[in-house]
Write a protein that binds this ligand. Structure first.
Ligand code: SF4
Length: 348
């Protein structure tokens, strides 16, 4: 049996990513590196969540390209369609159906308390309902697969807790069916952007694309903010407060780290040279990603076929879940009436 079959003895894990186009360093450290490891241990479903992407401003004509580029990025970093399901959210309509049903057990007050909703809505004069209901669709994304584990960054823990609450409330009302999924936290912690100010984001230009060429990687890394106390080349630095050093810990050979820290503290090596080592380390780690991305870009039909297979197999799981949910919520009325008619027509 192929490992893509939906039936598995392993615990099921779900995670999603917005179709933001080519992935960047922050996506890689915050999620994808972990996803590649998880696909060997769990029954994993990874989803490009295009229906979440429409809750903010976007250009419809750009969305297909962003979905495709994200799919290429995920395959490039090492997601293996023989080990996990990779698919696009809108190709499995059960996500949105379950989200609507979950709206009936989700208190508006809880949605209004979500930090991300408060932050985003505070910047808007007219707030789309989709922004408020975003975490309900996230809960449906996870629970339509009865997933027990969800790899999340710390900024998503509140939404996962809400998802657990939705599962609890639904179970209390309609009978125990949904698991209460657990967080699988990456342990990466918060990775600051290269500007040292904000989370990594392509729109802020404070990150590096995972498919960037070595020269592009260097041109971004050389601008990275370092220890503010290291003003002159001769000033001793503090690796523990420097974001460049934090990145060295992910990308540079661990055997080199003591020397990098020591050379920083003693001002033996300047920041430019230190960043050069980091840029080379990142370029080396990303080199196979560029090769795999080139392979898939030359074979777009292969990418589409992988996504179609993923959606078909994810859809099979989702349809089973929804059949049970509809029964429990009294929405299999046709079958119920047919059954009553079989047992004797109701009197007029
Ligand atoms: Fe950061 Fe390296 Fe400069 Fe030290 S030498 S402050 S670790 S960039």
């Amino acid at each position: 049996m192929s490992s893509q079959q939906p039936v598995s003895e392993k615990r099921r894990v779900f995670s999603g990513v917005q179709p933001s186009g080519e992935a960047h360093l922050g996506n890689y450290l915050g999620a994808f590196r972990q996803w590649v490891e998880l696909q060997d241990r769990y029954d994993c479903l990874f989803c490009i969540v295009d229906q979440h992407a429409i809750t903010g401003e976007y250009e419809p004509e750009d969305l297909p390209g962003r979905v495709f580029d994200m799919a290429v990025s995920l395959l490039a970093v090492g997601l293996d369609p023989d080990k996990c399901l990779l698919f696009v959210q809108s190709e499995v309509p059960e996500h949105t159906e379950l989200a609507w049903l979950f709206n009936s057990v989700t208190p508006v007050g809880e949605l209004e308390r979500m930090t991300q909703y408060k932050d985003k809505s505070a910047r808007l004069t007219s707030i789309p309902a989709g922004l408020l209901n975003y975490p309900v669709l996230q809960a449906a994304d996870i629970l339509v697969y009865l997933a027990e584990g969800v790899p999340v960054g710390e900024d998503q823990l509140q939404h996962l807790e809400l998802c657990r609450g939705i599962a609890r409330r639904w179970n209390a009302k309609y009978g125990v069916f949904f698991p209460e999924p657990q967080a699988i936290v990456s342990g990466t912690g918060r990775i600051m952007g290269l500007d040292g100010q904000a989370k990594m984001s392509k729109s802020l230009g404070n990150t590096v694309g995972i498919l960037a060429e070595p020269e592009e990687i260097w041109s971004q890394i050389r601008k990275a903010v370092t220890d503010p106390q290291r003003v002159r080349r001769s000033d001793p630095g503090r690796p523990e407060v420097c974001n460049v050093y934090a990145l060295h810990e992910f990308f540079t050979d661990p055997g080199q780290l003591p020397d990098i820290a020591e050379q920083c503290r003693t001002a033996g090596r300047g920041c430019v040279e230190c960043k050069r080592i980091l840029a080379d380390s990142i370029a080396a780690e990303f080199a196979p990603f560029r090769e795999r991305a080139a392979f898939y870009r030359e074979r777009p039909q292969e990418v589409l076929a992988i996504l179609a297979r993923g959606a078909e197999q994810a859809g099979a799981i989702a349809r089973q879940t929804m059949a049970q949910v509809r029964r429990s919520m009294g929405m299999d009325w046709r079958r119920a009436i047919d059954g009553a008619l079989d047992g004797g027509a109701p009197s007029a």
